[in-house]
Design a protein around this ligand. Structure first.
Ligand SMILES: Cc1cc2nc3c(=O)[nH]c(=O)nc-3n(C[C@H](O)[C@H](O)[C@H](O)COP(=O)(O)O)c2cc1C
Length: 170
């Protein structure tokens, strides 16, 4: 798929075909695209926990108890490392921005491979930290299922160009 097609084809997928596993080489391509994302000062302050084991998935369910989420064969937990992220002079921490870009690489690469994803932020961070025994400076920010969609979600509306694009003035 060509880039603009991938961008317009992407949807938040909330129903997965659990009978279809993701080939290792496909997963590897998607994770490699994730790794290639830009980051502030190239610090790459990110970690991605790829959850495949049903036992581990079962433990995680409590942190995001929505049935649809667990219908995917793989869950990726995107974490930032606040020890190594770049901090601007005014104190702004760029960790979440860097991770968001990498996750968008993951999401678009997955779409290009025919896979579905759904950015989920409303999970219980403390439970995830506890399950993976994450150190203080490693913060889970996003989780996404990764799997073949069971159906095609409708496209959501977006704000109009003229309402958000400002040429030469705000
Ligand atoms: C930062 C962020 C957090 C989100 N958190 C959740 C979430 O917790 N649960 C959920 O079902 N979807 C979540 N979403 C998905 C959005 O609901 C979805 O992207 C939006 O409705 C547009 O739909 P689309 O992705 O299908 O275009 C999140 C998306 C983003 C970017």
């Amino acid at each position: 798929m060509e880039l603009y097609e991938i961008i317009s084809e992407r949807r938040s997928v909330r129903k997965y075909d659990l009978s279809k596993q993701i080939p290792e080489e496909v997963l590897k391509r998607v994770l490699d695209a994730t790794r290639l994302a830009p980051s502030a000062v190239n610090f790459q302050p990110w970690h991605f926990i790829v959850v495949k084991d049903p036992v581990v998935k079962e433990k995680l369910k409590d942190a995001y108890p929505r049935d649809w989420f667990w219908t995917a064969p793989i869950i990726v937990v995107g974490c930032v490392d606040t020890k190594t992220s770049w901090k601007r002079k005014d104190g702004a921490d760029f960790a979440d921005i860097d991770l968001a870009i990498a996750m968008d690489h993951l999401i678009l690469a997955a779409t290009g491979e025919g896979l579905g994803t759904c950015w989920v932020g409303s999970f219980d961070v403390l439970k995830i930290k506890d399950i993976f025994k994450l150190p203080e400076h490693i913060k889970p920010v996003v989780m996404t299922p990764l799997g073949y969609p069971a159906d095609k979600a409708a496209i959501k509306t977006r704000k109009k160009m003229e309402d958000i694009i400002h040429i030469d003035k705000f």
